[in-house]
Ligand binder design. Structure first.
Ligand SMILES: C[S@@+](CC[C@H](N)C(=O)[O-])C[C@H]1O[C@@H](n2cnc3c(N)ncnc32)[C@H](O)[C@@H]1O
Length: 246
């Protein structure tokens, strides 16, 4: 299993610390589920305490960052889960489905192993309006629109489906692409970018970085986006999708 995260995942745990507000939203979405299969589990962010959790993760680099007291983990792909039908109350997949080589197969596997519900954290490709992508790295938006499923696609597997916005707090501790919307200097930091896979999917990022640095220094960024500095959270298109199987 050759994995992108075996190449880029080494510093993941340092910059992708679970955010407590996002954790609360995910915990709420899991409802009464007692047993949870966390697929594409990475370093174990958002694995809910007080429930019986099994993690599934293909990348050894990510698995090695899980501490001994975390949920047990098996090395496998979402597309071939070595688990019995209906063996968990819930299947959970957080910011991972766009990495799967065959999303339909992976979603079908979630629906096979879960008894009651599937909880997916993803991004709605119809969303636009994030300054980082629009002004500096439009290639990220173009690729995300190709690799992320529309709610309609998800609804083919998740018949009874709820979709909830997942706003991003201004001081989000989980450094995914949108996390630093109010801290624009962070994107100039190579360590910060190393935990964001979108920067590895596009070609030359240097022109976008040069422009961002220039706009921050000249005040152009603040003139265009300074209103954001007064906001505590924004909707950047991240969504919690709950599929009810019963
Ligand atoms: C952005 S990380 C998210 C990790 C974790 N869910 C979190 O929220 O921090 C994406 C994860 O998906 C995993 N992944 C990639 N391909 C996968 C596959 N075919 N099946 C399951 N997980 C996969 C990666 O190895 C990586 O750990």
């Amino acid at each position: 299993m050759t994995q992108l995260y075996d190449e880029i995942g080494a510093g993941y745990g340092d910059h992708r610390r679970p955010d407590l507000r996002i954790a609360a939203a995910i915990n709420g979405a899991l409802g009464e589920s007692q047993s949870v299969l966390n697929v594409g589990a990475g370093t174990g962010s958002y694995e809910p305490p007080g429930r019986s959790v099994l993690a599934v993760e293909p990348s050894l680099t990510m698995i090695r960052q899980r501490s001994a007291d975390m949920a047990p983990v098996i090395r496998a792909s979402a597309t071939h889960l070595p688990l019995a039908d209906a063996s968990f109350d819930a299947a959970l997949a957080i910011l991972t489905i766009h990495h799967w080589p065959n999303r339909a197969a992976g979603l079908a596997e979630l629906a096979r192993v879960a008894r009651r519900r599937i909880v997916i954290v993803t991004w709605d490709p119809a969303f636009s309006g994030f300054w980082l992508v629009d002004d500096y790295f439009p290639a990220i938006g173009a690729i995300d629109k190709e690799i992320l499923p529309s709610p309609q696609e998800l609804s083919l597997t998740l018949m009874a489906m709820e979709v909830h916005p997942l706003p991003v707090p201004y001081d989000c501790t989980d450094g995914f692409l949108g996390a630093y919307w109010r801290r624009p200097y962070a994107y100039l930091d190579a360590d910060v970018r190393s935990a964001i896979s979108a920067f590895f999917r596009i070609g030359d990022i240097e022109p976008g970085l040069v422009q961002l640095r220039r706009d921050l220094e000249s005040g152009a960024w603040e003139r265009r986006h300074g209103h954001l500095l007064d906001l505590a959270e924004v909707d950047l298109g991240y969504r919690i999708v709950i599929g009810h199987l019963v």
